[in-house]
Design a protein around this ligand. Structure first.
Ligand SMILES: [Mn+2]
Length: 421
């Protein structure tokens, strides 16, 4: 538990407030159980990297596998109990340190930390309470969650049969971000900015896509972010038409557009930013025209995102801007359908996950964090692009959190010219 300024943590008060908010949603005699998850086996003695269940992290603040959080509300009290695996010298010799009960208490702000081996007995005692309602996070589908359900089925089948799904409550709560999260997201976005600048300095025709990709990961790793929020996308030429391009092994050619879609992961928060660059430092006239249309779609989204609006309304407004813009630029004929070029939604929620939990039908509310990433793809014209920024919904509109990241075509060309001098 070092205080590395490059590896900031959300404050314990954030997690405590989240637990309180969930308690407020639960009725008396409720027992909510969440698991931190367990990575699937990969091969031999190796597992896939562990990714802590985000709702567990949201409530507990502990980033490790095989932990269980129980939130128990009675008429008289609301009580959090954290169960963690026993200290295991052989585990630690091979895989590293796991939090002790004392450390887990400090990390989570939960006073009652118990060993996992005591969970079955503890559940037995709780299950005897008359009228107890069990709540489980049905979105958790890893091995640990399955094991817990199996245990419950064997010992408390009646309780399990009546269990309610926590997921809708968690979605409702997690969609609204707290100030602590926004501050952490700012840091993730600032680091993403530095990574994007590092890629730009490297970018030129003749480079391999993975060389540009490595610049981003290197810039992040130097500041303590060894895992980006998601697998970075660096796609040149025709690869732009693969939206989640994961094989960056092509050589970047003169005249190519290079699409990057990247995000740092800081303190549990995910940034998600896309930019498109001309490999040779200058957009062609038609690339520049398309760029302006996509930028206009972004401005439409910024103007449409406000409390009471919906993601569908934002989408539709952007589609109309795209259609008008492409017609005006002579890039599309009136008898063509905009849906042929507008392949994906403009926004998703962003937070502890890059595609964060959300009810996509919900009316927008202050505190929601969304991406704005209109994309237009025209394979026949050999060009396509998306430009992505992150915004928070405010009282009367939205604030662009990533406004410092260079975005205008002229700014991009100027910086690329400067980098080449
Ligand atoms: Mn995105």
């Amino acid at each position: 538990m070092t205080a590395d300024p490059n590896r900031p943590r959300l404050p314990v008060s954030y997690f405590a407030a989240n637990r309180n908010n969930l308690f407020n949603c639960l009725g008396e005699e409720s027992l909510a159980i969440l698991t931190s998850g367990r990575a699937p086996h990969r091969t031999a003695d190796e597992d896939y990297p562990h990714w802590t269940n985000r709702s567990f992290f949201y409530l507990a603040g502990l980033d490790q596998a095989d932990a269980v959080l129980a939130l128990h509300k009675t008429q008289s009290e609301s009580r959090a109990v954290l169960f963690i695996p026993e200290t295991d010298p052989m585990y630690e010799r091979w895989r590293g340190h796991r939090a002790t009960p004392e450390e887990a208490g400090l990390l989570t702000g939960i006073a009652e930390v118990r060993l996992l081996s005591g969970l079955p007995e503890w559940l037995d005692s709780q299950a005897q309470r008359p009228g107890l309602n069990l709540w489980l996070d049905e979105s958790a589908r890893d091995g640990q969650a399955a094991e817990l359900k199996q245990q419950l089925a064997e010992r408390h089948g009646g309780l399990l049969a009546r269990a309610q799904n926590l997921e809708p409550l968690l979605v409702q709560l997690r969609m609204i971000k707290r100030e602590d999260e926004l501050a952490m997201l700012d840091r993730a976005i600032a680091l993403t900015d530095r990574g994007i600048r590092a890629m730009l300095r490297r970018l030129e025709p003749g480079q391999m896509e993975y060389e540009v990709w490595a610049e981003f990961d290197h810039a992040l790793a130097k500041e303590g972010c060894l895992n980006p929020a998601f697998a970075s996308i660096v796609a040149s030429g025709k690869n732009i038409f693969c939206l989640h391009y994961m094989q960056p092994y092509d050589r970047i050619q003169d005249g190519d557009l290079v699409q990057v879609d990247v995000g740092a992961w800081v303190g549990g928060l995910c940034a998600d930013i896309s930019r498109v660059f001309p490999a040779n430092g200058r957009f062609t006239a038609s690339q520049a025209a398309l760029y302006e249309v996509v930028r206009q779609c972004q401005e439409t989204a910024f103007a449409t995102i406000q409390p009471g609006s919906t993601l569908a309304a934002v989408n539709e407004a952007c589609r109309q801007t795209a259609r008008r813009g492409l017609l005006d630029a002579g890039l599309m004929q009136p008898d063509e359908a905009i849906t042929d070029y507008f392949w994906h939604n403009v926004s998703h929620h962003l937070g502890l996950d890059v595609h964060d939990v959300a009810n996509r039908e919900a009316l927008l509310q202050p505190g929601m964090v969304l991406t704005v990433e209109p994309g237009i793809y025209m394979p026949a014209r050999k060009m396509g692009m998306r430009i992505e920024d992150d915004v928070v919904v405010t009282k009367d509109g939205c604030r662009v959190l990533s406004r410092q990241i260079l975005r205008e075509a002229a700014e991009i060309e100027a910086l690329m010219a400067e980098a080449r001098r």
